[in-house]
Design a protein around this ligand. Structure first.
Ligand SMILES: Cc1cc2nc3c(=O)[nH]c(=O)nc-3n(C[C@H](O)[C@H](O)[C@H](O)COP(=O)(O)OP(=O)(O)OC[C@H]3O[C@@H](n4cnc5c(N)ncnc54)[C@H](O)[C@@H]3O)c2cc1C
Length: 398
């Protein structure tokens, strides 16, 4: 068994490290919000950093790093492991490694779209010129995406879309919706739905902000009122959108940002080494030491899941089971880690960002709230357990 990285992968990691050091602003550590595996503080979602993120995407695109995991015939490097290295390093620095368009839309288009669509969209995505938002969830359809109501009606060269999406992360700063709409309401479950790319500037789209649990405007509700979408924007086959969604979710669940786990652990370790409670260094407290040691072990475990999932993708496998295990374990660990961090910080952990007494710049307080979102977004923990039970253990479907 060989779990090691190749020399090329190691050298790529060094290159990304240098890039992050050179490109992130000097005060980035103070500004950057991101709790590992949280969905409400995703780097690059805040309007405040839009310009910086846009420029960073172009720089990443110039190096060919936004398309590393894609097949080489579409400008990629055919290496999900390298893509995972990029995400690992960038998330350690709490920096955005890409966007929905590059991490989810691009690789899915490369697999399922027509040649014409690949030619039109992939180069622009790879250059970092476009941002997507994921238009799946609706007020009454989250886990059960087969029950969406948003309709796309065939009308000549276009589809005409009516309906509502919700929890649309980053819709306010994106260019296109990666939209799941019902194209055949009479079709059996899991058929009759289609993915299409919808220009955010199309007449008939209204985007209303929603504030998340951390008090950040990260997601939105989006209304579609007779929105015309050219048929050439359909991704894959009409009425087979569910297949594309399942594939896209494999890519989405891979990016839990494992570097961010190591980063917060490093910061907690440094904190306990220099902070005293009742005249005693926290680092000498047996309970604190035990808790941090347990977190170190679990972070190793989640890293193992992470590299294995990326590696399996490079072997041409669709790791649906493994990506569910990674997603479940990573997001549950995000919650546990937030709890442990809060216990270590004590009452001061309740102080928010902005307070000069807030330890670790208030990040733990923010993370404690954001970690609630991880086990919900991109498929809840219950849904992941359902996948593991059926596909992994061969238990009957319910
Ligand atoms: C921070 C954040 C960002 C998000 N961003 C986006 C986004 O960008 N785009 C987007 O489309 N959506 C987004 N979502 C929505 C997310 O995908 C849904 O919230 C999620 O799929 C759950 O759907 P729901 O909220 O409707 O809950 P429901 O599906 O109503 O689930 C409620 C409860 O029932 C359980 N449950 C449901 N079905 C089953 C089942 N079959 N077996 C066992 N238990 C079940 C669930 O686990 C959960 O505990 C985001 C969510 C969050 C929290």
């Amino acid at each position: 068994m060989n779990f090691d990285f190749s020399e090329e992968e190691r050298s790529f990691r060094r290159e990304v490290e240098e890039f992050a050091k050179a490109e992130l602003p000097p005060d980035w550590d103070e500004k950057a919000l991101y709790w590992p595996a949280g969905y409400g503080t995703l780097p690059g979602l805040e309007e405040e950093f839009k310009e910086f993120h846009d420029e960073l995407l172009l720089k990443l695109g110039k190096r060919g790093w936004l398309s590393i995991g894609w097949p080489s015939e579409y400008g990629g490097m055919n290496s999900m492991v390298k893509h995972a290295i990029l995400d690992d390093v960038m998330s350690y620095h709490r920096a955005p490694p890409g966007d929905v368009s590059t991490a989810i839309g691009g690789p899915t288009i490369a697999k399922v779209a027509s040649d014409e669509m690949k030619r039109e969209w992939l180069p622009r995505i790879a250059r970092g010129e476009l941002r997507f938002w994921l238009g799946y969830s609706e007020p009454n359809a989250g886990s059960d995406l087969a029950s969406i109501k948003t309709r796309a009606v065939d009308d000549g060269d276009d589809f005409v879309v009516n309906g509502q999406k919700i929890w649309s992360s980053g819709a306010h700063i994106a260019d296109y919706a990666w939209l799941l709409a019902k194209t055949d309401p009479g079709a059996p479950k899991y058929r009759g739905e289609t993915i299409m790319l919808v220009d955010n500037r199309s007449p008939g789209i209204t985007i209303r902000p929603l504030e998340n649990i951390c008090g950040i405007h990260s997601f939105n509700e989006v209304f579609f009122d007779d929105v015309r979408v050219p048929k050439k924007n359909v991704v894959g086959n009409v009425n087979q959108g569910f297949y594309s969604v399942m594939l896209a979710l494999q890519y989405e669940r891979l990016f839990v940002g494992v570097g961010a786990f190591r980063r917060i652990l490093d910061e907690l370790v440094a904190y306990v080494k220099e902070t005293k409670s009742n005249g005693r260094l926290l680092a000498d407290d047996a309970l604190v030491r035990n808790k941090l040691a347990s977190m170190a072990i679990e972070i190793e475990v989640v890293s193992g899941f992470y590299w294995r999932t990326a590696w399996l993708m490079d072997q041409g496998t669709i790791p649906d089971l493994e990506s569910s295990m990674l997603k479940l374990f990573g997001t549950e660990l995000s919650r546990t880690l937030a709890g442990v961090a809060m216990e270590i910080l004590g009452p001061a952990g309740q102080l928010k960002r902005g307070s000069k007494w807030a330890p670790l710049r208030g990040l733990v307080n923010l993370g404690y709230m954001d970690s609630v979102s991880g086990p919900i977004g991109a498929g809840t923990s219950e849904v992941q357990r359902g996948i593991i039970a059926t596909r992994g253990l061969g238990l009957p479907r319910k």
